[in-house]
Design a protein around this ligand. Structure first.
Ligand code: ATP
Ligand code: MG
Length: 410
């Protein structure tokens, strides 16, 4: 089944706000095995909306639209759908009572305009909106080539849209394809480039393989997504399991976790397993932010220092201020001293220190340094920064966490 997602609103078409609904809906549709082939964004313009819905209904089995269901004159989805279906708008008493009850609960008088939210193209089904005033519309539109396209129109407010997806739309779409389940499992990896990692996997990424394996990379973290289709979840998992085993055999310690795991989760898990603690010192604060947000991680992550001014760093960590001048590149040795001092201050088993990100010039690519202090002394790694500057801090912080992860695995 092919699907099209439509976002409606001047604020989206003009670039004032970002269309996150399409992203969210497409991800959910993928999870239940519906392929999204088109995304369309359209302004609050009746003719344009009618045109977009007509086209979508002809080329897609399922259409999901968000926005334009509000009570104001620029909310045109109802009207557009009535035209596309060639039906009148008729009042749904149950929806009207629901809208009136919402206003009564909020102790506000219902403006006359809100009555339009209880109007539906004749023959359509109501998608109830427990949280808000705008019910959604579920409508069949005949196609020229035969059959029908099913259009679901939901409000633009993301929280309401999501709730209505969960309660009504997702079950309705699942019922359209009985006996078919799609299961995904993700393996997270770090430490080599995407193509290098692919080369380590024997023909796994091939299109058409069963189960299908996809590879994506975000900020140097590589995700392998294994997808199986079958009559039941158990059968899908049985299909996926041997591939998971094979991936782990091929990648060894490059694979650090699964599903929503990030490196900080893997590190905190390993620290907990060994009964060890960690502290950090850095210039930007990313390590502290990540580690502090791991649920239940406070037993392992003692805390971190974010030191920006060289004088403050010198005072807090007993390192010479000269080596931390703004122009300047903390040296390997300073980073090493910072890690040692941080470990002492926090009385932790490990301390990670990350040098400020060096300014990159065309002539000289200064490296970033990461030092890991433990009861066995300090290890320092330095690497040149590459890629776009916007990912340098992320990349360095991940490499720092990975350095500790590998030590804990050794
Ligand atoms: P209704 O929500 O009543 O159906 P509407 O979507 O036209 O009508 P708007 O006032 O345009 O109402 O949007 C409501 C809120 O939802 C706004 O904050 C808007 O930015 C947000 N929103 C609308 N569409 C999207 C979208 N595609 N992605 C993310 N946010 C959206
Ligand atoms: Mg709108």
């Amino acid at each position: 089944m092919l699907c099209e997602v439509i976002s409606i609103g001047d604020e989206l078409a003009s670039g004032q706000s970002l269309d996150t609904n399409s992203q969210w809906l497409s991800a959910r549709l993928g999870e239940i095995g519906v392929r999204v082939v088109y995304h369309t964004t359209v302004a609050d313009d009746l003719d344009a909306n009618v045109e977009v819905f007509r086209q979508a209904a002809q080329r897609s089995d399922i259409v999901i639209a968000t926005g334009g269901l509000g009570p104001t004159a620029d909310d045109l989805t109802r009207e557009a759908l009535a035209r596309v279906a060639g039906k009148e708008l008729v009042l749904d008493e149950t929806s009207l009572r629901h809208i009136m009850a919402i206003f009564a609960k909020r102790r506000r008088e219902m403006p006359e305009r809100n009555r339009v939210q209880a109007l539906f193209p004749a023959g359509s089904r109501v998608i109830s909106n427990p949280e808000g005033t705008a019910p959604g519309i579920d409508l069949d539109v005949p196609r020229i080539s035969g059959g029908t396209s099913r259009i679901f129109a939901l409000p633009g407010v993301p929280a309401e849209m999501r709730e209505m997806w969960r309660q009504t739309v997702a079950p309705a779409i699942r019922a359209m394809q009985p006996g078919r389940v799609i299961v995904h499992r993700r393996i997270k990896c770090f430490g080599v480039g995407e193509s290098q990692l692919e080369a380590m996997l024997p023909d796994l990424i091939r299109r058409g393989r069963v189960p299908q394996v996809g590879i994506t990379v975000s900020g140097a973290t590589i995700t392998l997504r294994i997808t199986a289709e079958g009559p039941t979840e158990e059968e899908c998992l049985a299909l996926i399991q041997p591939t998971i085993v094979l991936v782990h055999q091929c990648l060894g310690t490059l694979a650090f976790g699964e599903e929503d795991d990030e490196l900080e989760h893997a590190v905190v898990r390993l620290l907990a397993k060994h009964g060890r603690t960690l502290a950090t010192v850095e210039h930007g604060g990313l390590l502290a932010k990540w580690l502090a947000s791991v649920p239940g991680g406070s037993g392992q992550y003692a805390g971190g220092m974010v030191v920006t001014a060289p004088a403050a760093a010198a005072r807090l960590l007993d390192v010479p201020a000269e080596s931390l001048q703004p122009s300047g590149q903390a040296t390997r040795q300073t980073t090493e001293e910072m890690a040692t001092a941080c470990r002492r201050r926090f009385q932790s088993d490990y301390a990670l220190a990350m040098s400020p990100l060096p300014l990159q010039t065309a002539s000289a690519a200064e490296p970033v340094h990461v030092a890991l202090a433990s009861d066995q002394g300090v290890a320092v790694e330095s690497w040149p920064l590459f890629g776009h500057p916007s990912i340098h801090e992320q990349l360095s912080a991940k490499r720092a966490l990975n350095m500790l992860r590998l030590k804990l695995l050794a």
